[in-house]
Design a protein around this ligand. Structure first.
Ligand code: SAH
Length: 204
């Protein structure tokens, strides 16, 4: 999967590729779909949500430019797959999920994999998680019409914020980098995520 779907499509960061090869995706999908765990596609994980496509997980992770000492905020825990990838590359991950059942299931999965540098937060991720701010990287795994201001406010100077911005049906993977005085923006291609559900994003 790493060679066929990720490296060949342009993700070259060695640490990212190594971690993508080390985290067992089959443990994050429902039992009936385990045979498809290494196809490059999103898969249903219940409650209308999906585990992200491996290539997109790798692309977003690379865009965050993580180092081992970084603090990361993730919005939309889902299965916890992206969370596990981030946790293996950074110092600590705070991950915020709106649905309690996903929050709990993801915490169990990471515990089983002995990944301990993650804090699980149940709530509306458009507000971020001010208690542990600022973050060296922020990654949003659900589509938003615009970047929620609290997330930008909680990003450290020099940090990257990766978020799919667009309408419900299609988005551009958007990467903001905060500098001392400005915010630089670039896009890294089209994508399709489930909506970020909040009074500050999309309705359910
Ligand atoms: N990257 C994840 C998939 C995320 S799917 C994985 O690898 O499995 C998007 C997730 O965002 C869903 O679990 C959904 O419930 C959650 N979500 C949607 N709106 C949210 C909000 N406002 N705050 C926090 N989580 C939200």
């Amino acid at each position: 999967m790493v060679r066929r779907d990720i490296a060949r499509r342009g993700v070259h960061n060695r640490r990212v590729l190594a971690v993508m090869g080390a985290v067992p995706r089959e443990q994050f999908v429902p039992e009936a779909l385990r045979a498809q765990a290494y196809t490059d596609a999103p898969l249903p994980i219940g409650a209308g949500q999906t585990i992200s496509q491996p290539y997109i997980v790798a692309l977003m992770t690379e865009a965050t430019n993580l180092t081992r000492t970084d603090k990361v905020l993730e919005i939309g825990t889902g299965s916890g797959y992206q969370t596990a990838i981030l946790a293996k590359l950074a110092r600590h991950v705070w991950t915020v999920e709106r649905l309690g059942e996903h929050c709990e299931a993801a915490a169990q999965r990471l515990k089983a994999l002995q990944i301990t540098n993650v804090s699980f937060v149940h709530g509306d991720g458009t507000l971020g998680h001010a208690e542990a701010a600022p973050y060296d990287a922020i990654l949003v795994g659900a589509a938003a019409p615009r970047c929620p201001q609290p997330l930008m406010d909680q990003l450290a100077v020099g940090g990257h914020l990766v978020i799919p911005i667009g309408d419900r049906d299609s988005q551009q993977l958007t990467i903001y980098q905060r500098t001392e005085s400005t915010v630089e923006t670039r896009t890294a291609g089209g994508c399709r995520f489930v909506p970020l559900v909040s009074p500050h994003a999309f309705t359910e």
